[in-house]
Design a protein around this ligand. Structure first.
Ligand code: MG
Length: 348
């Protein structure tokens, strides 16, 4: 087993082990004096792992309730949260009890937000089952939901008391979802770790997936523990995301996954950095090759004008400017504030 300790306001551990899903009860028992556990999951993941998790929790003496919502980003809204509150209240969950978020990014974000807000905050445990959630979204304490006005506009910072990562769950993950997660994996190499990036180029990530997960969560841990609330260094995790989010928005979040959009975003912003003489020549070529290796797109039909316009509406804009994440070279990243009116010129 591999353990990564996260030293945020409320410190916690990330456990990486094959088969940990079926043993989750033991881990949660060690961490908490809860009597009740509500497992929140979506309709796809419920079919695969819910029974295993419930059995493991009941074996440890917990009283368990399940809450299943229909799978997909369309569910990530306040109505779903409201339904979760009903389940929690009817089950008479107290502040001592625990929510388990079992599933991908949407589940973690929503179950985490329900945990952050129900009774002004109760404990929760993440059991991420997608690569994207395992390497990225389950760590760091960001929770929330979408509004009709945009993604993740309502939320809270709320750290889990543990993250249990079971690499075996990736076996049931369709290829497209694996690729989706690989974009964030590549991102970690780009912003912080050239050696890791090179290893992704030379080897097949699937064959050393535990190392991949451990490296990514360790990088995220380091960044988040220095900047829990995204006032500085944490922004580096948004590499490729300014234009990535813009692309997702242009397509109304349909037909293009987050990872696909981020891959295009990383390539475009790196190319812009090269043209501006900021990013070492050849960097874009390297990122492009690695994205293609893992089945990710490196260009998109949307125009740069459309992207610049969509980026202007991003929640991460600060007045008339936006913080762009740029690379000096692979593994060496920094942020630069740029006026929104200059964004198009910069990426063109
Ligand atoms: Mg992301």
């Amino acid at each position: 087993m591999r353990t990564v300790h996260v030293n945020t306001g409320n410190p916690y551990d990330i456990f990486i082990e094959r088969g940990i899903t079926g043993d989750c009860g033991k881990y949660i028992k060690k961490l908490s004096s809860a009597k009740k556990v509500t497992v929140i999951t979506d309709s796809n993941v419920a079919k695969l792992y819910l029974q295993k998790v419930v059995n493991s929790l009941e074996k440890e003496g917990f009283e368990v309730k399940s809450h299943i919502f229909s799978a997909g980003e369309e569910s990530k809204n306040l109505n779903s949260i409201s339904a979760m509150y009903n389940t929690l209240a009817e089950f008479r969950m107290t502040r001592k009890d625990i929510i388990v978020a079992l599933g991908g990014g949407v589940t973690g974000d929503m179950a985490g937000f329900a945990a952050a807000s129900y009774l002004r905050g109760i404990n929760f445990v993440q059991i991420p089952t997608s690569l994207l959630a395992q390497v990225d979204s389950s760590v760091g304490g960001k929770t929330g939901v979408d509004l009709p006005h945009g993604k993740n506009l309502v939320g809270a910072f709320h750290q889990p008391i543990a993250v249990l990562i079971d690499p075996d769950t990736l076996k049931t993950l369709p290829d497209a979802y694996f690729c989706d997660g690989m974009a964030e994996v590549i991102k970690y190499g780009c912003i912080k770790d050239e050696k890791f990036f090179d290893r992704l180029c030379k080897e097949d990530a699937r064959k050393h997936i535990e190392d991949v997960i451990e490296t990514c969560v360790s990088i995220k841990r380091d960044v988040v523990s220095r900047d829990e609330r995204e006032s500085g260094e944490r922004m580096l995790l948004n590499f490729g995301h300014t234009l990535g989010h813009a692309i997702e928005k242009i397509y109304n979040f349909k037909g293009i996954s987050h990872g696909m959009a981020v891959a295009v975003g990383m390539v475009l912003i790196s190319a812009a950095g090269e043209r501006a003489g900021i990013t070492q020549k050849g960097t874009t070529e390297k990122i492009t090759r690695l994205c293609l290796k893992y089945g990710l797109p490196v260009s998109d039909n949307a125009s740069l004008e459309q992207m610049a316009q969509a980026a202007a509406g991003d929640k991460k804009t600060e007045g008339s400017s936006i913080n762009l994440v740029l690379l000096k070279s692979i593994g060496d990243s920094f942020t630069r504030k740029i006026e929104l009116c200059d964004l198009l010129d910069f990426i063109k």
